[in-house]
Design a protein. Structure first.
Lengths: 249, 272
């Protein structure tokens, strides 16, 4: 279980998160929605320890990661996988080296074993025969899939997805949504996704949390969020130009 | 009226001094960042595994790939140095000292400084652009999520490559600079071959070469720290990476010249 308790964070003088609280159960698929620039990615980076809060605690399976040293944090991160917004594949490495990064760096497995594991991960995301290619030779959708394969390569218990469908055409976006959902069910993992794509959120989520004005203002199942009477939630999920969000109410 | 002007003057002085204070604080914050990066780099050098393939790759990029431009610039610098000294030396019929002057100026000063400036412009800029691009495309964050330390992975191979290759490039630059001086001395100024060679090596002591190498070692540390630090702190977007790259080259140049001045004074007073 992941618990965010009273998280506050200021970036360049702006308060991004203010006493934010959220609990994510083991094995659930949590989707965090909110407007662009509202602090969703910052929140995700707190969960994996890439950022430390100014105040508050982040508990992963009961252990506070905010006061862990880098060694403890690295050990904890072996339980995590993360898909970045732009996939964040290492340009200088091939697909094989990207997906097999942790195997190459931290295990004594020989190259044949690593190749086999990488091929398995790639086939899980629907890719074959791309191991020798460099990221520059891949399309946006392929990059996301390779990023996904890298995220699941060491059998993590928790996967974080940062805007998984941004920059993709609707069909490729839906393929990625299906992939995330099927991986979540197949691998029995906890997944946390931040997105502003409501189609994606409804498809992936067990529960949806809405981040607005530095806090979580709504939390519920996709149906509960869809039927919410909160005017802020309503405006966001319907994508209306006029409403309390744009009026500053 | 006079009082108002005086108040304006005081306010403007106050404004200037506040600006200066801010710049001084920024400078020390920057210096603190470099020192912290240096300490972390030294720490991670001794933590296995040593990434030898990445280090060798960086050595090839920094050392081998820079050798043609270093050869060209040092060869022509040696020629120019010989010609410019001939302009004065011929007036007092002391042409034979041209060889010594070329050899000493190159090994003690011009070889290390010119090589460091070339490497800072060529490789320092490329390191900042590469690391900066990795920063803005979240590749450095990705490294951390994969439990890899960015300093171990990115800075250490470049640091080792620079501190090994820059002194080697300096020796190479010294040699071709002396050859450049020889071409002018023997070919144009009619100094005898044996005399030129004798006057090159006779006044040249090991400590002259060593002071040059100590300088180039220090310059290598400066180039690596500044270029990696600027890259790791690049602002978002292509503009941010561009700004970081420019800043890396300018700051490396300034630091190289300042440290050169300091080391030259130190060697002058301590190793006379």
């Amino acid at each position: 279980m992941i618990e965010l308790i009273d998280i506050s964070k200021k970036l360049e003088g702006n308060q991004v998160l203010d006493k934010l609280n959220l609990k994510i159960e083991t094995g659930e698929s949590m989707v965090i929605i909110g407007r662009s620039g509202c602090g969703k990615s910052v929140l995700l980076k707190h969960i994996i320890g890439l950022m430390r809060p100014d105040s508050g605690r982040v508990l992963v399976d009961g252990r506070d990661i905010t006061d862990m040293n880098s060694k403890e944090l690295n050990a904890l991160r072996s339980n995590f996988g993360m898909l970045f917004q732009g996939a964040a594949l290492f340009d200088s490495l091939s697909v094989l080296e990207n997906v097999g990064f942790r195997h190459i760096e931290y295990t004594n497995e020989n190259i044949n074993e690593i190749q086999k594991k990488v091929a398995e991960c790639l086939s899980m995301v629907g890719l074959e025969g791309v191991e020798r290619l460099k990221p520059a030779a891949l399309s946006g959708g392929m990059k996301k899939r390779v990023g996904l394969a890298r995220a699941i390569a060491m059998n993590p218990r928790i996967i974080l997805f940062d805007e998984p469908t941004t920059g993709l055409d609707p069909i490729m976006g839906d393929i990625i949504n299906d992939l995330i959902r099927s991986l979540h069910e197949k691998l029995n993992i906890t997944s946390i996704t931040v997105t502003h794509d409501m189609k994606s959120a409804y498809k992936i989520a067990d529960r949806i949390a809405m981040l607005y004005d530095k806090r979580i203002i709504a939390l519920g199942t996709p149906e509960e969020i869809q039927n919410s009477t909160d005017p802020i939630v309503k405006q966001f999920i319907t994508g209306a130009a006029k409403g309390p969000i744009t009026n500053g109410a | 009226m006079k009082k108002t002007n005086f108040a304006k003057f005081i306010l403007s002085i106050n404004g200037i001094s506040r600006n200066v204070r801010m710049q001084i604080i920024k400078f020390f914050v920057y210096l603190g960042g470099l020192t912290s990066l240096f300490a972390k780099t030294i720490f991670w050098i001794f933590i296995p595994p040593l990434r030898k393939w990445q280090t060798l790759e960086q050595m090839a990029r920094i050392g081998v790939a820079s050798s043609p431009i270093v050869l060209l610039i040092s060869f022509f610098t040696g020629m120019v140095l010989a010609l410019q000294s001939a302009y004065q030396m011929q007036k007092v019929s002391a042409e034979m000292y041209i060889a010594s002057l070329v050899a000493l100026s190159l090994t003690r000063e011009l070889g290390p400084v010119l090589t460091a400036l070339i490497v800072a412009g060529r490789c320092g800029a490329s390191i900042t652009a590469e690391v900066g691009t990795m920063k803005v495309t979240e590749q450095i964050d990705a490294l951390e999520t994969l439990s890899a330390n960015p300093i171990k992975y990115l800075v250490v191979p470049r640091f080792i490559a620079l501190v090994v290759m820059l002194p080697l490039l300096t020796i190479y630059s010294d040699f071709f600079g002396i050859i450049g001086g020889y071409v002018i001395g023997v070919g144009k100024l009619n100094i005898a071959h044996s005399m030129y060679v004798k006057m090159t090596y006779e006044p040249l002591a090991l400590k002259d070469v060593m002071t040059g190498l100590i300088k180039s070692f220090s310059f290598a540390v400066i180039i690596c720290l500044i270029s990696c630090f600027e890259g790791m702190n690049a602002d978002e977007g292509a503009e941010g990476v561009g700004r970081a790259t420019t800043s890396s080259v300018v700051r490396s140049f300034i630091m190289i010249i300042i440290v050169d001045c300091f080391l030259t004074a130190l060697f002058y007073f301590v190793m006379r």
